[in-house]
Design a protein around this ligand. Structure first.
Ligand SMILES: *[C@@H]1O[C@H](CO)[C@@H](O)[C@H](O)[C@H]1NC(C)=O
Ligand SMILES: *[C@@H]1O[C@H](CO)[C@@H](O)[C@H](O)[C@H]1NC(C)=O
Ligand SMILES: *[C@@H]1O[C@H](CO)[C@@H](O)[C@H](O)[C@H]1NC(C)=O
Ligand SMILES: *[C@@H]1O[C@H](CO)[C@@H](O)[C@H](O)[C@H]1NC(C)=O
Length: 387
């Protein structure tokens, strides 16, 4: 309406001047009504843009999004070297989840987060193939890198070296857990499944003979069954060391390589024992993916869902067995302690305290999870003072 009146005024103004034969009118006449409107609109957009810019202390989010959708094409880009498309935050995240380290809990959370925070979640359901041939590695990395960004890709897979195949590297995250607890959790999970119901284990390991299913864990450890010996006990380190065959052999080399990769390629490696702090840090470090994760984790709705992921814990091994396990898992403990120290350092940088023994939030844990947690507390105490 205002524009309409403005145009009329403008028109009569020109007409009046024209009658007097003013030179100014000749120039003004050349400016059509449409040009004038365009001019005003441009001015308005420019003003709004600059106000937004100043309010946000930088380019407004809207402009960044517009830039992204137009492939970041700006005048400079069009006339300069081609710049790869980059979102203004880490937009490619790989979580090469370690088995039985709370990964099912995290994947449940990720499903909720992906919808809420609008990112692509690819959660591979291949659980038993962590090592790949060179060809498979390349296929997988190319697949991963073509997922629409921002994305979070997760799979049980040993560290993938993207730079080796000249593919843009993603940001890595992961979570580990006390090695003996992880081993026990896996031992019983393979045999008896989790709290989804007793019939679940039949699906997981249908071919397992009763001899094996009901094998006493002390027998397994003390009589050195393959399942309770190396290299099978060398489990966490290969996830961080990589696809090299040497990464699967218990050795100082693999341990060092794993540590190096953590420092160079991982944004965060948390410990399951301090899960709430892990989530808090993820929320700070990757807000585009994890914002609100702690609220979701603590919500009653999630608690109901998360109830299904606790593994049945049948039996705690004898002290003698634990000592043997601990000896066999020297490298794993070295690595775990390294991760824990790094994690505490990160917490400290973000102003979070680490208690000597973090208080357990029993109110927020289900009955059966509590049972597992309690038997773990005994083990943790032992693991800290093994003698
Ligand atoms: C992995 O599991 C699938 C079925 O879940 C099975 O067909 C396949 O043989 C397994 N692969 C390995 C390497 O164990
Ligand atoms: C890559 O994606 C294609 C098509 O989605 C699929 O057929 C193939 O199995 C994938 N490869 C790997 C290694 O995941
Ligand atoms: C990745 O591969 C390249 C080339 O083979 C190698 O130089 C580099 O050290 C590897 N990085 C990791 C983390 O293994
Ligand atoms: C968790 O699961 C157990 C066993 O299925 C059930 O008894 C319990 O009520 C559940 N708790 C919640 C909070 O859903």
């Amino acid at each position: 309406m205002a524009k309409h009146i403005g145009n009329n005024c403008h028109k009569s103004y020109i007409r009046g001047k024209n009658r007097r034969g003013n030179w100014l009118a000749v120039i003004l006449l050349r400016v059509s009504r449409r040009d004038f409107g365009l001019c005003l609109t441009t001015l308005l957009v420019f003003c709004l843009g600059s106000v937004l810019w100043q309010l946000n202390g930088g380019p407004p989010q809207l402009l960044l999004h517009v830039r992204y959708y137009f492939g970041q094409s700006t005048f400079l880009d069009d006339h300069g070297p081609l710049v790869p498309r980059v979102l203004p935050f880490p937009s490619k995240v790989v979580y090469n989840r370690v088995g039985k380290c709370g990964s099912r809990t995290i994947v449940l959370l990720l499903r909720i987060l992906a919808e809420r925070n609008q990112f692509t979640l690819i959660s591979s359901d291949i659980h038993n193939k962590t090592r790949l041939s060179k060809h498979e590695q390349m296929d997988l990395m190319i697949n991963i890198s073509t997922v629409p960004q921002p994305f979070l890709y997760t799979r049980h897979v040993h560290f993938l070296n993207f730079t080796r195949f000249r593919i843009d590297e993603p940001v890595y995250i992961n979570i580990v857990r006390d090695p003996i607890n992880r081993f026990l959790s896996n031992y019983f999970f393979r045999r008896f499944g989790d709290w989804r119901g007793e019939e679940n284990h039949v699906v997981r390991t249908p071919g397992m003979k009763d001899d094996e299913r009901y094998l006493d864990i002390n027998t397994c450890i003390l009589e050195s069954y393959p399942e309770c010996s190396n290299p099978r006990l060398f489990y966490i380190i290969p996830y961080f060391c990589g696809q090299h065959p040497q990464c699967r052999e218990p050795s100082l080399w693999a341990l060092q390589k794993a540590k190096e990769n953590v420092l160079e390629h991982y944004l965060l490696v948390g410990v399951l024992e301090e899960l709430e702090d892990v989530l808090l840090l993820l929320e700070r470090l990757l807000p585009h993916f994890f914002s609100d994760v702690l609220n979701i984790y603590k919500s009653p709705e999630y608690r109901k869902l998360g109830n299904m992921t606790g593994t049945v814990h049948k039996q705690t091994p004898s002290l003698k067995s634990l000592q043997v396990l601990y000896q066999r898992m020297k490298y794993e403990y070295d690595f775990y302690n390294f991760i824990k120290a790094q994690f505490h350092l990160t917490k400290w940088k973000f102003g979070l305290r680490t208690w000597p023994r973090s208080p357990r939030h029993h109110t927020s844990l289900q009955h059966r999870e509590q049972q597992e947690e309690q038997s773990e507390t005994v083990l943790e105490k032992w693991a800290e003072h093994p003698r």
